[in-house]
Design a binder for this molecule. Structure first.
Ligand code: PEP
Length: 255
């Protein structure tokens, strides 16, 4: 098992209005006292809940705030977009970049994702950079080629220290929101590949330091089996992060 403190991140996607988000936080805070050393915890709510969550977390050093996306420019004529300065202002320390829903539904390219990763670092936040193959790509034996390319394009121009500080989430698209989790062995195989790719391009110690998270139908019942794998350093969780009870159980089962 990894020696690093696990990173457990909640991706709420387009769920939870402000009241629900704050209620979730209150439930978490009541139960977290004994678990705070267990993991680095990140919650990524909707944009509209970020401000209220940031205020509620001002004196809290157990739960970190994250966003689900950002724009790669600082400001300008980009109707509907949210800049990294806006995120920083409301207290975000993390930003999910390149989620497969952004890639596949909203047409984000590797080039845009690379610009976003640079911008997040420039503003002093930590990206959670998502990679992963579709079901068809897996069936066609292209998993490693797809991941290699996403890493190559996405990480272009980043510094070694940034690689060490960031989180990379392996999220097989076929496992997201489907209830089909990759087996611990399937996940480990790709995580190990990712670690080796990073080592090859940036150096072994930087690869060892970066957090490689698994995402795709993680639940309280499967987190333990995933976390015992050598190269799994945490998880990015969608559906099972929406209920505080399940999310807390995942945190307490993660090491
Ligand atoms: C995700 O969207 O990042 C995710 C992993 O979703 P789920 O846990 O619901 O599969």
């Amino acid at each position: 098992m990894t020696q690093k403190k696990p990173l457990i991140a909640a991706n709420w996607k387009m769920n939870h209005v402000v009241d629900e988000a704050l209620k979730f936080l209150t439930e978490m805070k009541c139960s977290l006292v004994t678990q705070e050393e267990n993991a680095t915890i990140v919650i990524c709510p909707s944009y509209t809940a970020l401000y209220a969550m940031g205020v509620a977390l001002q004196d809290d050093n157990t739960i970190n705030l994250g966003a689900q996306n950002c724009h790669f420019e600082d400001s300008g004529a980009f109707t509907g977009e949210v800049s990294t300065d806006f995120l920083k202002e409301v207290g975000c320390d993390y930003v999910i970049i390149g989620h497969s829903e952004r890639r596949h539904i909203f047409g984000e390219t590797d080039e845009m994702i690379n610009k976003k990763l640079h911008k997040v670092f420039e503003k002093g936040m930590i990206p959670i950079f998502c990679v992963g193959e579709t079901e068809q790509e897996r069936e066609e034996g292209k998993t490693f080629t797809v991941i290699e390319n996403q890493l190559k394009q996405g990480l272009k121009g980043l510094l070694k220290d940034q690689i060490a500080a960031m989180a990379i989430a392996y999220e097989p698209v076929w496992a997201i929101g489907t209830g089909k989790t990759a087996s611990p062995e399937q996940a480990q195989e790709v995580h190990n590949f990712i670690r080796k790719e990073i080592a090859k391009n940036f150096g072994t110690s930087y690869a060892a330091d970066s957090h490689i998270l698994y995402g795709g139908s993680v639940k309280p019942s499967n987190i333990k089996d995933l976390m015992v794998m050598e190269d799994i350093d945490g998880a990015l969780i969608g559906g099972a992060s929406l209920k505080s009870k399940d999310f807390l159980e995942i945190i307490s089962n993660c090491n």
